[in-house]
Design a binder for this molecule. Structure first.
Ligand code: Z2T
Length: 851
């Protein structure tokens, strides 16, 4: 067959390079070669950074062989491919992950040792690939890992930002943003494909042309500005398989086409400068999570990426199937990660109608069978709405097509619901004032399936923001795929000792459970095994020590690993309610001080009131989000006061870890006892860090929101600390706040008083936080949930134990540790492998390729 011919032709080089993962000798040979040639250095002058570069080049070579073989196989098999379009891929570090997925960590560790290096130090040289904001971007990264690991033929398409999410510095308690120029040492994990260049046009005008053959009028678009999309390919290795998919990230580059009029007018410098500006399209990731700022450059990024990706997909299809467009939906499934890539719907319709000459209806039925759309939020400020003027100027032909799509869609609605003018107004893709394109509506109309990311969220979108579309299209178009996380990174990589203990207990020396996470269930048989619980706890304690060391390194604050580590790390947002958490910390502090002033001893407080704990926060605020930045400031100022209070000692510490990112999350998640997922009910679509913490044996304090609901169902409600008002009450409570006033409970009033008495510095600084509750309707229901939150803490502290004894002895932690084991045993459902299987079966209609 074609395959064997290809195989025999290329056996030699591939075997040699791939063997670096199996043979230490070969690895060392390649490593030295890279130091001396790729890096132009000598082994005598090779520091950890150079070692990282040489090691990653060595491993990258091996990956590329797998990757090339995979692409060849997939091309020959010619099955349906999945394309995951995401404006964000929050990948984190690649090297450790590659070692794990290729199963060559031990060899590499030993080789590096023999060469005089320590693997951990070398791994720590790698900058995070932080091409995302938070959950949405990290989800995309977990999905490409699962696509490869489960042997799907699935590519990611995104942008190769020169600057990832900013680096957060904390100065005087304030967030300061510094640029993240992550490519300063070049990126060994991408293959720059300078030969793959796709022209992308903007602006210009539409003109009509008479086709003499058909006698019809044809629309054409003449772009006014052209940039090139050049590909950088990230090989994505699967776990325990050779299947290595591609993540293709586009770079914007100038074309060589010069404006000769300017050139002749002596405007050479200006002309070059204008060309250079092309690169700004992919220079920076917009740093907003759950918020759309509506900037022109952002829309340019979206079209640039969508146009390049679609031309690439269409070119690949035509190479195999010419213009047999009927086959297109059998070969291609495109998933829209939120509405950011929605212009792809319009672009494909334009390609099919304007460039390929298909009839509108035929083209539209192809388009809608190819696309599916994932919604990630119900929050109004995050839903994209592009001004019609802007779209028309930047993409004149696309705006016409959007109007046509809307026209045909509304006609269909009118046919189904004659005379329902209000329905037609409500579902129109075009909003009348201000005139704008509602991207979520366009995505729904252009897709065959729409999904939410957790059960509660998927139900909510059907009854709120997309209610009318359920009426129009029927409920079957709307479905749920609960989010998941990859256990390779979030268990095996982040928590190697726990992963090893699990492998031992499951009698699974090859760690096959990492691609079959339901096997964790078998851990249940050990919940009464004393030795096992001891081991389990010792590992958690060790991870807490590592986290304490990280905290010390970054903040110089000492936290005692034997106290309860109470963690909230995620983007800072009012709806995620870090303010609720810090207010409760303040309350605790004030109460402890009051008790001390009344002569109650520290020992008595530990026994009867509060166990020792460290409250650990982390997360970035969008640079323009004043309230979020104020919350960060408050946390830091509260920390300064409490941590310096000699009377309090280790009874309470407050830490803000600067620059929370994926690689820090890999240390933080395994080191937490308790993590906070306390969003106002109905606002957090899913959450995925809840899964990361629970999979690492941490317990959760949370609201009945997002995936917390399903986590509770899986692990049992006795193993999670739920509190707070339910989503169904939120609307009524908000209404009450506005019309009957906000009732600040006494406990919270005490906190506000202290802030206003300037216990934590100038009160002005925090005024907005208090005002939003007192005077602006307490939209996020802090007052309604505050005391319920305090109660939940009382309950969980009882379980953690009040004796304040040495936590290295897990005797008093018996109950807690059992809950931890019980949780992990039941987290199998939250593997991103399960998500990908669900998408494959229910949305994409694809099967894994046989390896
Ligand atoms: C984001 O991270 C999320 C939703 C967004 O809506 C945008 C961004 Cl950048 C437009 C998050 C959700 O807030 C979170 O609940 C969810 O788990 C995550 O996406 C992945 O679905």
């Amino acid at each position: 067959s074609q395959l064997t011919i290809l195989d025999s032709k290329r056996k030699q080089p591939s075997d040699t390079v791939k063997s670096v993962v199996d043979s230490k000798e070969k690895f060392e040979e390649e490593f030295v070669k890279h130091v001396e040639t790729s890096l132009g250095r000598s082994m005598y002058n090779c520091d950890d950074l150079a070692a990282y570069q040489a090691a990653s080049n060595t491993i990258r070579d091996a990956l590329i062989i797998d990757w090339a073989n995979t692409q060849q196989k997939q091309t020959i098999q010619d099955g349906k491919r999945v394309y995951y379009l995401s404006l964000e891929f929050l990948m984190g570090r690649a090297m450790d992950n590659a070692l794990i997925n290729l199963k060559c960590e031990n060899n590499t560790r030993q080789s590096l040792n023999e060469l005089g290096f320590n693997l951990e130090d070398v791994l720590n040289q790698e900058p995070d690939a932080a091409l995302g904001n938070g959950g949405l971007g990290r989800l995309a990264a977990c999905f490409v890992d699962s696509l490869s690991s489960k042997n799907y033929s699935g590519w990611g398409y995104g942008l190769n930002y020169q600057y990832g999410i900013f680096e957060q510095k904390i100065i005087d308690g304030y967030q300061i943003e510094a640029p993240d120029y992550w490519l300063k040492y070049s990126n060994p994990w991408v293959l720059d494909r300078n030969e793959i260049q796709i022209p992308v046009d903007f602006y210009g005008y539409v003109y009509e042309e008479h086709d003499p053959n058909t006698g019809k009028v044809k629309k054409n678009w003449n772009g006014g500005e052209r940039v090139l999309a050049v590909a950088s390919d990230f090989p994505i290795p699967g776990y325990n398989t050779d299947n290595t998919n591609n993540l293709r990230l586009w770079n914007a580059k100038p074309t060589n086409e010069f404006d000769f009029t300017k050139f002749n007018a002596g405007d050479y410098q200006q002309s070059v400068a204008a060309q250079q500006r092309a690169e700004s399209i992919t220079s920076v990731l917009y740093p907003n999570d759950n918020f759309e700022s509506g900037k022109e450059l952002r829309l340019k990024q979206q079209y640039f990426w969508v146009a390049a990706s679609l031309h690439d997909i269409v070119r690949r299809f035509k190479k195999q199937h010419k213009q047999n467009w009927k086959k297109f939906p059998d070969q291609v499934a495109i998933q829209l990660n939120d509405t950011h890539p929605t212009l792809a719907v319009v672009e494909l319709q334009r390609i099919l109608v304007d460039l390929e000459g298909l009839e509108w209806n035929e083209a539209w039925s192809i388009v809608t069978s190819v696309f599916a759309y994932t919604n990630h939020t119900v929050m109004a400020e995050a839903l994209e709405k592009w001004p019609v003027d802007l779209v028309g100027r930047l993409l004149p032909r696309h705006l016409e097509i959007i109007y046509d799509i809307n026209f045909f869609f509304l006609k269909e609605v009118e046919r189904k619901f004659p005379g329902d003018r209000d329905l037609i107004r409500r579902v129109s893709i075009i909003d009348e004032s201000p005139k704008s394109v509602k991207m979520a509506f366009l995505a729904i109309v252009g897709s065959h399936k729409v999904n939410g990311v957790a059960e509660l969220h998927s139900e909510l979108i059907k009854t709120t923001i997309f209610k009318d579309f359920v009426k129009v299209f029927g409920a079957e178009k709307f479905t749920n795929v609960t989010n998941g996380i990859t256990p390779r990174r979030w268990l095996r990589q982040a928590n190697p000792k726990l992963a090893a203990l699990i492998a031992e207990k499951l009698n699974d020396p090859e760690y096959d459970y990492l691609t079959n996470l339901g096997k964790l269930k078998q851990l249940e048989q050990f919940v009464d095994d004393e030795d096992f619980l001891k081991q389990w706890h010792a590992i958690k304690f060790d991870n807490k020590r590592k986290l304490a060391a990280l905290v010390k390194e970054l903040t110089d604050i000492d936290i005692d690993p034997s106290v309860l580590f109470d963690v909230q790390v995620k983007r800072i947002h009012e709806y995620k309610r870090q303010q609720l958490n810090i207010f409760a910390v303040i309350y605790r502090y004030l109460h402890i001080k009051e008790l001390l002033s009344k002569g109650v001893t520290i020992e008595e407080i530990k026994k009867n009131y509060y166990i020792p704990k460290a409250s650990i926060f982390g997360g970035k605020a969008a640079p323009g989000y004043y309230m979020a930045k104020t919350i960060i400031h408050l946390i830091n100022k509260v920390g300064e006061v409490i941590n310096a209070d000699k009377e309090i000692g280790n009874l309470l510490k407050v830490v803000f870890i600067p620059d929370y990112n994926v690689s820090k999350a890999e240390i933080i998640c395994p080191g937490s006892d308790l993590s906070n997922h306390i969003s106002t009910a109905g606002t957090e679509a899913s959450g995925t860090s809840n899964m990361k913490f629970a999979l690492n044996g941490g317990l959760i304090i949370g609201t009945v929101d997002g995936a917390n609901v399903e986590i509770t169902r899986e692990i049992g409600e006795e193993n999670i600390f739920l509190f707070g008002n339910l989503a169904e009450s939120v609307e009524e409570l908000r209404h009450k706040h506005v019309f009957e006033g906000v009732n600040v409970p006494e406990t919270l009033q005490v906190v506000f008083n202290a802030i206003e008495k300037e216990v934590f510095g100038p009160a002005d600084e925090f005024k907005s936080l208090i005002d939003s509750i007192r005077y602006h309707g307490d939209y996020y229901l802090v007052t309604d949930d505050f005391e319920l939150f305090l109660d939940a803490h009382k309950k969980l502290e009882k379980v953690y134990g009040h004796d304040g004894g040495d936590a290295t002895d897990r005797g008093h932690l018996q109950e807690w540790v059992k809950k931890s084991v019980w949780s992990v045993a039941n987290m199998g459902f939250f593997s991103s492998d399960r998500c990908i299987d669900e998408y494959a079966e229910n949305i994409w209609n694809v099967e894994p390729s046989n390896q």
